[in-house]
Design a protein around this ligand. Structure first.
Ligand SMILES: Nc1ncnc2c1ncn2[C@@H]1O[C@H](COP(=O)(O)OP(=O)(O)OP(=O)(O)O)[C@@H](O)[C@H]1O
Length: 319
């Protein structure tokens, strides 16, 4: 089967920059997948999407959408995908319904078809009641939904979502996640970028972790977290005793049986990666802390997350 998206050795160097924004990226997205590109700000996610959606000119490498070379055959490629950018780009002089209809006209839909389709999509995205108001009245979440509805007007095979829920309230996020899953069930391939590990873990069938324009890991969220040394994590909010510091505390804590590794996350808790159950480690950990006169204010036990995978790969947090 033809891959929905194929990127090979992609390189992008912006003019007057001395490093590559995208530095030899390769990955393949299967049809019907929700694929997440996860990485911190500046990792090169938007640039990669920019190349795939013909907005950014690649410096080198190959990029295909549904088998069509986006670099050499951009006109044909544009019929096969849709993109929802980070920033709202709705036409403020048109109503929501007109925004969709106009997009349909651009893609050659007849008047009847485009208004029927617009009505169906407005309904699906929970905007039917407010389809004929000013776009300016829309909240961020509504504008985001309208942009996805608009993107679906020409029935793209691949939908690119750049940071789909950044800045949205929790309820709007959940609504958005459900709509994206609906799209997948209709066979649309979704490629989303995010620096939110919860979003990647929740949404994506597979996640590519990128940093400095390079792919560091690619697997299912479960596969990525399973790859970590320990399968459980203990977060300790601690104030070191007089004359002690977080690094020394970490060194002492990693001597506890069952602690595979530890690190003091900058500005955050001490994180211990365990290779055993957290409850067997807790008592000896607390004994070490009290022995060093450290004050423990909070303990969190959990499974390893994608954030932990990222920290493991890069030595720093996602944000
Ligand atoms: N038009 C541009 N001109 C010059 N440099 C750019 C341009 N666009 C992006 N960059 C640089 O390229 C690198 C990758 O940026 P990009 O926006 O692709 O990252 P990102 O992972 O999408 O980050 P974010 O989550 O902040 O959008 C950054 O160092 C950025 O400063």
């Amino acid at each position: 089967m033809t891959a929905a998206v194929e990127v090979r050795d992609l390189v992008k160097r912006y003019p007057k920059r001395d490093v590559n924004a995208v530095d030899g990226l390769s990955f393949t997205v299967e049809p019907g997948e929700i694929f997440g590109l996860l990485g911190p700000n500046g990792a090169g996610k938007s640039t990669t999407i920019g190349v795939l959606t013909t907005r950014v000119k690649a410096t080198g490498g190959e990029a295909r959408v549904a088998g069509v070379d986006v670099i050499r055959d951009s006109v044909a490629a544009r019929k096969l995908f849709a993109v929802v950018p980070q920033q709202t780009n709705l036409d403020r002089s048109l109503t929501p319904r007109q925004n969709l209809a106009f997009h349909g006209a651009y893609h050659g839909l007849s008047r009847t078809d485009r208004f029927a389709k617009a009505a169906a999509l407005l309904d699906e995205f929970g905007l039917a009641d407010q389809a004929d108001v000013k776009v300016d009245w829309y909240s961020g979440g509504m504008a985001q939904r309208l942009m996805i509805a608009r993107a679906m007007m020409h029935e793209p095979k691949v939908l690119f979502l750049d940071e789909p829920t950044t800045g949205l309230d929790p309820q709007s996020r959940l609504f958005m996640w459900e709509r994206v899953r609906d799209l997948r069930s209709r066979g649309v391939t979704v490629v989303l970028t995010t620096h939110d590990m919860d979003e990647a873990a929740e949404m994506a069938d597979r996640v590519g972790i990128v940093d400095h324009g390079k792919l560091l890991a690619l697997d299912t969220p479960e596969g990525l977290t399973r790859s970590l040394a320990g399968h459980a994590v203990l977060d300790l909010s601690v104030t070191p005793g007089d004359g002690d510091d977080p690094d020394k505390l970490v060194a002492a804590l990693t001597d506890v049986a069952g602690v595979e590794r530890g690190e003091a996350v900058a500005g955050g808790p001490i994180r211990l990666y365990l290779n055993t159950d957290p409850d067997t480690v807790l008592a000896p950990v607390i004994a070490v802390l009290s022995g060093r006169s450290a004050t423990l204010t909070n303990v969190h036990m959990g499974a390893a997350s994608l954030e932990d995978v990222f920290i493991d790969l890069t030595g720093r947090g996602l944000r």
